[in-house]
Design a binder for this molecule. Structure first.
Ligand code: KG4
Ligand code: ZN
Length: 338
C-alpha cells in the first residue's frame, strides 16, 4: 500500500511517502526553527501560520521525490496529536481533504507512536519492546506489545529531557533549540568536572524529573561571572550531559529488566544525542539487551515515522472518519483505540 503521511504537530511541516509501512520513498521536512529561534521557543500562532504556507509545497515535494502521482496514493496517515492544536489542524485538515478528494482511507496516528516505531523503517524489530521517548515535550517509558498496544510505565514529573536541554542551553547563552549545541560542546568538556544531581535515579519507579538538574546548573552558574570562558562552559555542558544520560540509561535499563523485555527503542529528538547513543550501546551490551535507535534523520519530527502505524491501521480497517479532530493532549495508551 502506498501511503502519504503528513505531520504538523509542532514546528516542522513534514510529508513522506511510504510503501507497505516499510519502504521509505521520500521524507520531506520544512523546519520553522529560524522563525521561532528569536523568541527562544515555539510561538504557537506563528507555527500554525507557517504550516499553512508550507503544507502544499511540502506535500507536493514528497510526492515528486517519491516519483508518485497523487492518483497513486492508496491511503493517508496523519498526526492527530498530541501537539499544538492550531498546528495539528493544518496537517489534519489537509489530510482529510486529500482522503476525501481521492476517495482513500485515512489513519489518525499518535505522534509518539510514530517516534517509537520509526526504527522499523530501517531494521527488523520484534514486539514486545520497551520504548524511551525523549523529545521537547516527552520523557516517557512505554511498554510496546504491538501496533496500537502501548502502556505508559513512567514519565517526567516536570520538564521533558529536551526541554531541560533547551533551558540549560539558554542559561549558557547558546541559543535555541539547544540540545544539539550542548551535545557538541559537551564533547570538548570534562564530564566529571561538576557533580550535578541525578534526580529519581534511585527511586524504584519509572518516572523522571529533570527540573532539578536545570536548577542545579543555574545555581552553579550564579557563582561565576558570565559568560564563562570556553573551557569552563564545555565542562558545564559535559557534566550536565553525563547526569542526564546516566538517569535516562539507568532507569530505562531497570524498567526493561522489571518488564522482562530484551529490546529497547530510544526515539524522539533527544535520541540524536551522541552521549546517550554511546552510553546505551555500552550498557545494553553489558546487560544483554538490544538497543535500537532511529538514524538521526528519523529522530526529530518527520512524517516518515507515521508510515509504520498508518499502514497497519489502514490495512486492518482501523480507518479514521472524516469527523476526526486534533488532540492537544492524548495519552499513548489511548492511541488506536478510537
Ligand atoms: O522530537 P523533536 O524533534 O520534537 C518534539 O516533538 O519535541 O525533539 C526536539 C527536542 C529539542 O528539545 C532539542 O533540543 C532536542 O530534541 N535535541 C537534542 C539533540 N538534538 C535535538 N537534545 C540533546 N542532544 C541532541 N543532540
Ligand atoms: Zn516529536
Amino acid at each position: 500500500m502506498l501511503v502519504l503521511c503528513i505531520e504538523s504537530s509542532c514546528d516542522e511541516t513534514a510529508a513522506a511517502v511510504v510503501r507497505d509501512g516499510r519502504e521509505l520513498l521520500s521524507n520531506v521536512v520544512a523546519s520553522q526553527v529560524d522563525v521561532h529561534a528569536r523568541y527562544g521557543g515555539v510561538v504557537p500562532e506563528l507555527a500554525s501560520r507557517k504550516h499553512v504556507e508550507a503544507i502544499s509545497v511540502v506535500v507536493n515535494s514528497a510526492l515528486e521525490k517519491a516519483g508518485v502521482g497523487l492518483g497513486q496514493i492508496e491511503g493517508i496517515g496523519v498526526t492527530r496529536g498530541p501537539g499544538l492544536v492550531g498546528a495539528l489542524l493544518v496537517g489534519l485538515s489537509t489530510a482529510k481533504a486529500l482522503a476525501w478528494g481521492l476517495g482513500v482511507p485515512l489513519a489518525a496516528v499518535h505522534h509518539m507512536e510514530g517516534h517509537i516505531l520509526a526504527p522499523m523503517l530501517e531494521q527488523p524489530l520484534e514486539f514486545p519492546f520497551l520504548a524511551l521517548a525523549v523529545s521537547g515535550g516527552h520523557s516517557h517509558l512505554y511498554r510496546v506489545d504491538g501496533i496500537g498496544r502501548y502502556r505508559t510505565l513512567g514519565q517526567t514529573l516536570d520538564d521533558a529531557a529536551g526541554e531541560a536541554y533547551d533551558k540549560v542551553a539558554k542559561l549558557l547563552g547558546l541559543g535555541y533549540p539547544g540540545g544539539a549545541l550542548i551535545d557538541r560542546l559537551a564533547a570538548q568538556g570534562n564530564p566529571e568536572a561538576i557533580a550535578f544531581p541525578r534526580p529519581m535515579l534511585h527511586r524504584a519507579n519509572a518516572d523522571f524529573s529533570f527540573s532539578g538538574i536545570k536548577t542545579a546548573v543555574l545555581q552553579y552558574l550564579n557563582k561565576f561571572q558570565q559568560p564563562l570562558e570556553a573551557g569552563h562552559m564545555a565542562d558545564v555542558a559535559a557534566s550536565f550531559q553525563v547526569a542526564m544520560v546516566e538517569v535516562l540509561t539507568r532507569k530505562t535499563l531497570r524498567a526493561a529488566a522489571a518488564e522482562g523485555l530484551e529490546r529497547i527503542v530510544v526515539a524522539g529528538g533527544v535520541a540524536c544525542n551522541s552521549g546517550l547513543r554511546s552510553r546505551f550501546a555500552t550498557l545494553a551490551a553489558k546487560h544483554g539487551v538490544g538497543v535500537y535507535f532511529p538514524s538521526p534523520a528519523l529522530c526529530g519530527d518527520n512524517a516518515a515515522m507515521l508510515g509504520v502505524p498508518a499502514d497497519w491501521y489502514l490495512e486492518n480497517g482501523r480507518h479514521a472518519t472524516n469527523m476526526v479532530n486534533a488532540m492537544s493532549s492524548w495519552p499513548l495508551d489511548m492511541a488506536g483505540v478510537d
